[in-house]
Design a protein around this ligand. Structure first.
Ligand code: SAM
Length: 260
């Protein structure tokens, strides 16, 4: 890593916890299965801990989205062929990537990680694979099975667009400054677009309604919206409307949302 980048002092407001363990960095980059044909986008390159290994892969095109002006400038100077875009990744037009295959990677800032993942998996139809480091607790939610306490709205949404794999846990000691909690790396493998939800807006609405009151029975939560079609849906699925939201599978959320 260059001295200029190393000199940068971490900003808490931007979730800057920089990786200092080269083996972990290599493991994260390997998880994206990089090839020379790849177009890879890195979110939040920071001081370039992962970028260094991404550059080594010889990937055809590398783009980095970094919100910190000073870091973006230093990354630009360090790797002239890396395209650094200075912007808030939450505002990135993800659909613009739909012209060709791409992979997305990042040690995500904790405060925006879930929102970024929600958007990316549902808007990038040409995504080949994504690998993100997030808080361990978020990784557990992303990969939870129905019926588990960790299963939530994020689980139901994300797993309608891709399969998620919990890869490995990362302790606070490999960062500077050290975060207060464990982190974990998750791999996202998109489902074929034909299998994506037919009505994503309705799915997102249903997820929000059900998980705002997750301790209640579904029939109670949906009381005001109840109709014949919903009744029939429960019958055809062979499940009781008295179950709680976390007991539905991601696919069931999607098909139920079409009856709303
Ligand atoms: N990739 C580096 C590493 O692993 O050492 C840095 C990871 S650090 C956890 C998160 C990075 O994301 C920081 O560089 C921070 O400036 C950047 N960042 C924070 N919020 C952002 C946002 N909304 N859009 C783009 N980058 C952001």
């Amino acid at each position: 890593m260059s001295d200029e980048l190393q000199k940068h002092r971490a900003k808490k407001s931007l979730g800057q916890n920089f990786l200092k363990d080269q083996n972990i960095c290599r493991k994260i980059v390997d998880a994206i299965d990089p090839t020379e044909n790849d177009f890879i986008i890195e979110i939040g390159p920071g001081r370039g801990a992962l970028t260094e290994f991404l550059v080594e892969t010889g990937a055809r095109k590398l783009v980095a989205l970094e919100m910190d002006d000073e870091l973006a400038r230093r990354l630009d100077e360090r790797w002239p062929h890396l395209e650094v875009i200075r912007m808030d990744a939450l505002k990135f037009p993800w659909e613009s990537l739909n012209e060709g295959p791409c992979k997305i990677i990042g040690n995500l800032p904790y405060n925006v990680g879930s929102k970024l993942i929600w958007d990316i998996v549902s808007r990038v139809q040409t995504l080949e694979r994504a690998v993100f480091m997030v808080q361990h607790e978020v990784a557990t939610r992303l990969t939870a099975e129905p019926g588990c306490k960790a299963f939530g709205g994020l689980t139901a949404w994300v797993n309608n667009f891709c399969t998620t794999t919990y890869l490995f846990k990362v302790p606070p000691t490999v960062f500077r400054p050290q975060p207060k909690v464990d982190s974990a790396v998750v791999r996202f493998t998109p489902l074929p677009v034909e299998k994506w939800p037919a009505a994503p807006d309705r799915l997102s609405e249903l997820i929000k309604i059900l998980f705002q009151q997750r301790r209640k029975q579904i029939s109670t939560i949906l009381k005001k919206r109840w109709n014949q079609s919903i009744e029939e849906w429960f019958e055809s699925e062979g499940i009781s409307p008295k179950i709680r939201p976390e007991n539905l599978t991601p696919k069931q959320f999607s098909s139920l949302s079409e009856r709303l």
